[in-house]
Design a protein around this ligand. Sequence first.
Ligand code: HEM
Length: 115
Amino acid sequence: MLHDPEVYADPMEFKPERYNNDDTEMQKINDLVFGFGRRACPGSHFAFGTLYSIVLTTLATCDILPALDANGKEIIPNVKYSSGTISFPDKFPLRLRSRSPKAEALLAEVSTAPE
Ligand code: HEM
């Protein structure tokens, strides 16, 4: 349904700005992607909250950079998407670099299991 241009404009384009100022686009995602009616996904709030935390933690603490080849040159990925019920980008290499010593300490803290 999210690939139907009548429901969702330019469905195959990566356009994060579509959510900038328009709550209706976000509402559409919530209404469609988790199903609706009696069988709607009961895990939607858990899934949404978890993804939100993961994405925000990553963006707040890390720079996401292209991987380097053997000569130290950046490998710019040629992004391709799989087709099917769930579509996602093909695997590509990347580098995550913490933004500061403080961010690095924070990441070490959250990635260490409590004793
Ligand atoms: C991004 C993550 C998720 C997506 C996109 C998603 C999407 C969906 C969709 C489309 C359905 C079918 C709704 C329908 O039949 O109309 C569904 C059902 C269901 N989901 Fe999820 N889901 C996600 C995560 C989760 C999580 C984390 C849980 C549990 C913790 C969960 C538990 C369920 C259950 C139990 C059903 C069956 C509901 C029923 O048939 O009564 N889902 N989900």
